[in-house]
Design a protein around this ligand. Sequence first.
Ligand code: SF4
Ligand code: ZN
Length: 343
Amino acid sequence: MPVQCSSCSEKRAVLKRPKTGHSLCKECFFWTFEEEIHQTIVSAKLFKPGESVGIAASGGKDSTVLAHVMKVLNERYNYGLELMLLSVDEGITGYRDDSLETVKRNQQQYELPLKIVSYEELYGWTMDAIVKQVGLKNNCTFCGVFRRQALDRGAIMLKVGKICTGHNADDVAETVLMNVLRGDIARLRRCTAISTDSENEGVVPRCKPLKYAYEKEIVLYAYFKKLDYFSTECIYSPNAYRGYARTYLKDLESVRPSSIMDVIHSGENLSVREGVKMPVQGTCSRCGYISSQKLCKACVLLEGLNRGLPKLGIGKHHRFHDKILSQQPLTEEEERKLKAVDF
Ligand code: SF4
Ligand code: ZN
């Protein structure tokens, strides 16, 4: 027997909401999904009227849904935001070049300005070239660190006051789990924050309007709205550690759908005991980007690539920062250890 929509009681339900188990028709699902994001935006005061906001757009489902919903809500509720798309081209042939084509179509469909910043122009290295040098084990470390700065630099070029990213509830819950497993207290405290404060000058504040949106619902929304997005995985094997956290979370979700929200709430409610040592934020003495060390991670990784010492930025090698800054040569033994790509 067809099931009625539990919200309007008029139309036939086409889906069961993964987050709540409610049976809904298409229109009621769209409305509920969008309203929840609106509530997230309003209650966390994510934006100010008149603000210009860069939407980090990769062409994937999360950022495509984000761009679509931000446009819908901006018009429906008169947020008064000037929205723009901001993309990073990591230089991954057969992956990012194709997904950027999707972003370019989204730009037309949503009539939003688009800025693409590339690793090649910012750092002189594409991910293709980096993988040739470092292999396939730590490539995501380089990519993640470079992307973070690239988004900031792109946002500064676009003159936007804020960046919003497509991180969803599953991503946040995974990150909580990973930081618990690694014992990374500083990141654990930061990772559930819906927006970064602008205490660090030179860094554009970021926020996550999809923080409470389940990945499964994002997929359903994109599917029923027939949004144009790119669904291929990166050819350079995604982060294995996150993969385990993801599988574990999906297993939990299958027996108890609220697990995702529960993990996020646990992360939000953790407090750090007084006296626990936290890294102190300063700025990189080479590029001025925020860093808790003398050199920021991107500068150290880049130095390693340019010197043919890929291990320089992997792991803890802070003792080399002074040598790098004063351009002192490393000893043969140090060079030998940092050259190896078998890490
Ligand atoms: Fe970059 Fe790794 Fe993501 Fe590929 S999977 S885009 S290499 S971070
Ligand atoms: Zn730097």
